[in-house]
Design a protein around this ligand. Sequence first.
Ligand code: 5GP
Ligand code: ZN
Length: 114
Amino acid sequence: MKECLFCKIVRKEIKSDIVYENEHVVAFKDISPVSPFHLLLVPKKHISSIMEIDSLKDSEVKEIMKAIKTVAEENGLDKKGFRVVINMGPYGGQIVDHLHFHIMGKRKFEWPPG
Ligand code: 5GP
Ligand code: ZN
């Protein structure tokens, strides 16, 4: 069993506010949101970062993308738009070493990001 924070959230050993779940992914509220809507969507299968994406099947990668779309639709983010972010490594600001997608919405975001 992985001693990884997000694996524990996936296994429901650590409490989180789960908004969406299917066979492949779990999406839960970020504990410290930076926007009115801020979820973390994680594959149930542990990979440390986007750099290990080859260890997922192509079909699993597609399931992740489809889940992001579903979450966006179910929460009405598709009307005005939203932002999806993957942080990788120290320069990217990655804190938790389990691949996760920040899904943020319900406010306007700036570009370029800080
Ligand atoms: P990263 O910087 O690695 O891309 O993002 C990690 C995110 O996980 C941060 O936005 C942080 O607020 C969130 N986070 C850290 N610990 C927990 C936790 O125990 N529960 C939840 N729901 N989010 C967490
Ligand atoms: Zn993990």
